[in-house]
Write a protein of this length. Sequence first.
Length: 79
Amino acid sequence: MTWGVRAGMFVVPAAAFVATRRIRRGPRSREGGLVAHGRATGVVKRPPYGECAEVRRPLDRARPHTPTAHERPRGTRRP
């Protein structure tokens, strides 16, 4: 029991840090793909040479980075 608690003192915080970081970065990477490639339209085109490609609609040119703009708490500065 004692050795389990001692090992847990190091393993549990590290595992919680890794899990939290993956959960927080998931939506950010998904939004980055949206900015880079545009929105999916659901239309699949197939040219004569046999490739299938989904048609994507670009984001609004006036505000392309709106999906990745996250609000900062007040009082924080940019790095």
